[in-house]
Ligand binder design. Structure first.
Ligand code: AMP
Ligand code: ZN
Length: 478
């Protein structure tokens, strides 16, 4: 598989260290608020990557942290702990909001068919691991104590800016005048490993440590949690593009200085979901959630379909209109699948299965091109083969895409015995309309056999078509 690697800045052949096995790490959410649909774009694309690696036969172990301490309101070391700010906003304890928003995050993931990683580890579970790594970094001379805090000394590295060609001067870009520089740092790029002194004395969670009572910096948690579950080597590390610097850059600095060797070969970064007005941001408090999409009548899987339609290395602009288009496409796909009529006696046609798989794999093997993979799935419907094969292949490919297609198609007719057409689900309505249009088209093409077959297909499902001057209407039979 060819996959873009932020470290080499090109598409690389993805080859894990140990044949057949993949160790995968994902930066998890900071649980001070609901995840917004931008965060979830990253998790959807990472989920597709994981499922595809499994699909092609790798034994994947995936780890995710939950950031419940140490992530300050700026990704550098200024500002206050986001968790503390969240707790204050809600007049709750940090641990209460951590639990609440962690559960909310996984509830959203479930609705979006995002698999829970094999290991999920809250940062507050791993304080002793953080202390161990910081001790090693101090012993090896990569860290220093200043003003009560422990800092990583970036001048000790041959190369610190691994993902870009930044220099120290670039760090001034975007820094507001109101943000005071931390006088304790020897170099501008240095970052905190352990805080005992910060401007914010009311930090709720603190732990005893050899460096004094305090709390960990944000970056150390991912290095340690990855080591705890995956050892000293990772095959692939994922996150949103904003995490590349400084977060991932700092993770690499810590891990490689501790281990004394290269840590992770392949870095996968998902670009942002933006609003037409700019970046969607959790800290601004104005963002779209899965619940809001549901309130507006969108199935969460329609959002998944929307994300699949564009490449993970391109920014994606969200608009209700674009989501509406994804809904139409999704409903159409489900209804086309619902009209498959696999016969008991049909045999699965292996040659056709292979043909469909090949198109799907060639899309995803080319830097995870999900939109072409969806096209490959549509093309299954056009394959010259029986419906049993098509259904089997769609089910197989959907183990990666996660759109619940067969399930939704089977459920389309549930509740179809309601006598009021208005009680019909939106999906069923879309299906019926699609079939009515297909029939009208067949008639226009004077393909009356096909038109009759569509009428019979609907009748079999309890739907009678009535042709009127104004157009075709339908009745749902009791
Ligand atoms: P956070 O909860 O802020 O730590 O972010 C969780 C994940 O979402 C990280 O991998 C971020 O890089 C990613 N992320 C943040 N904002 C966006 C966005 N607008 N679009 C896509 N991913 C994002
Ligand atoms: Zn991380």
């Amino acid at each position: 598989m060819q996959l873009y690697n932020s470290l080499t800045r090109k598409k690389d052949n993805f080859v894990p260290r140990v044949e057949g096995k993949v160790s995968m790490y994902t930066c998890g959410p900071t649980v001070y608020h609901f995840a917004h649909i931008g965060n979830l774009r990253s998790y959807i694309m990472e989920d597709i990557l994981e499922k595809y690696l499994r699909y092609v036969g790798y034994d994947v172990t995936r780890v995710m942290n939950i950031t419940d301490v140490g992530h300050l309101t700026s990704d550098a070391d200024t500002g206050e702990d986001k968790m503390l700010k969240g707790a204050r906003r809600e007049r709750k304890t940090v641990m209460e909001i951590a639990k609440f928003y962690t559960d909310a995050f996984f509830a959203d993931c479930k609705k979006l068919n995002i698999k829970t990683p094999d290991f999920v580890e809250p940062a507050t579970n791993c304080i002793s691991e953080f202390i161990d790594m910081i001790n090693t970094l101090l012993e090896k001379g990569y860290a220093y104590k200043a003003g009560g805090n422990i800092y990583f000394d970036t001048s000790k590295l041959d190369k610190y800016y691994v993902f870009n060609d930044f220099t120290e001067e670039d760090l001034d870009v975007g820094v507001r005048d109101t943000v005071e520089a931390d006088e304790n740092k020897k170099n501008k790029a240095d970052f905190v490993l352990w805080f005992t002194k910060s401007k914010f004395d009311d930090q709720e969670l603190k732990w005893d440590s050899p460096f004094g009572i305090g709390y960990p910096g944000w970056h150390i948690e991912c290095s340690c949690i990855a080591k705890k579950h995956l050892g000293e080597y990772l095959d692939i590390h994922c996150g949103g593009i904003d995490n590349a610097f400084p977060h991932h850059t700092n993770e690499i600095a810590q891990s490689e200085s501790t281990f004394g060797h290269e840590w992770c070969k392949h870095w996968f970064h998902v670009h942002h979901l933006n609003l037409a007005s700019g970046k969607m941001s959790k800290s601004k408090g104005e963002f779209l959630t899965v619940s809001l999409l549901e309130e507006r009548g969108f199935d969460p899987l329609v959002y998944r379909m929307f994300c699949l339609g564009s490449h993970y290395r391109k920014n994606l602009v969200f608009s209700w209109e674009n989501l509406e288009n994804a809904k139409t496409a999704y409903n159409k796909l489900v209804s086309r699948i619902a009209s498959l009529k696999p016969a008991e006696a049909d045999e699965v046609d292996e040659a056709a299965m292979e043909k469909g798989r090949a198109a799907f794999r060639s899309a995803l093997d080319n830097d995870l091109n999900t939109s072409l993979a969806v096209t490959a799935l549509y093309d299954v419907l056009k394959l010259d083969t029986n419906d049993k094969t098509k259904q089997a292949l769609i089910g197989e490919l959907d183990t990666v895409l996660g759109l619940d297609l067969l399930d939704r198609a089977a459920k389309l007719f549930e509740g179809a015995d309601e006598d009021e057409a208005t009680d019909v689900s939106a999906e069923l309505l879309a299906y019926i309309k699609e079939r009515i249009n297909a029939r009208a088209e067949a008639k226009r093409a004077r393909n009356f056999g096909e038109a009759d077959a569509i009428r019979a297909e609907l009748l079999e499902k309890g739907i009678t078509l009535v042709d009127k001057r104004e157009g075709t209407e339908f009745i749902i039979n009791k």
